[in-house]
Write a protein that binds this ligand. Sequence first.
Ligand code: SF4
Length: 259
Amino acid sequence: MAETAKILNPSRTVLLPSLKAGCSLAASITADDVRALKARFPGVPVVTYVNTYADVKAESDICCTSGNAAAVVESLGTDTIIFLPDEYLARNVARETGKHIIFPTRLPNGQLHADTDMEYDMVGWNGRCEVHEQFNVADIANVRAQFPDVVILAHPECSPEVVAASDFSGSTNAMIRYVEQTQAPHYLLLTECSMGENVAAANPDKEMLRLCSVRCPHMGQITLEMTRDSLLYTQYVIDVPEDIRVRAYRAVERMLHIG
Ligand code: SF4
């Protein structure tokens, strides 16, 4: 996200308080992987989730967020789409848009293998958010047993089974709007804890249940003291090489036109 801020604001100084604040999902794919996929599926447009590094965005045709992923996919109007790198978001989008998805695998020799004998309209990647993949259907059943009137909201980085067992799926902003516009005795938020805290803070009058053993270790790297030091000592400055920034900007800007 720090790189995305720099991609969109090249003349501004963008700081990241901790260099350890990575992301399992962003680390799941490299620019080389995207180039290999494009070579394997020539001419197929690449949609990339914003939780990726700048050089991966630079290899992509358009970016998406968890809130607009289906709209971005449908906006392309092509028969086939490469959707990277979140496996669960891709499966959820495929289900929402009625597409069949395949997931190429790496052979021991490093080549990509894809089972193209079966029908497919989307090509995914096996990236996962290490936080959202922890939610499961048993969690939902347990909470429903204790709170039969609970309304369950799942982030689309959760598995399709968890999304299907929930009452609503959407981005953090969509969750905030959903809770604002509905009245339920309890809500359960299946999302990263600090993201869930944002939804709860926006709806102080609503009762939130959360499974908050699930915190992102990467986001947790950034503390208030580190943020202070970052501003005091101008550290750590995010830089994106200009040739990568310009190509990544195109993919992000194209998404912003869709909203
Ligand atoms: S919750 Fe953590 S691991 Fe998951 S997408 Fe966000 S930063 Fe990455």
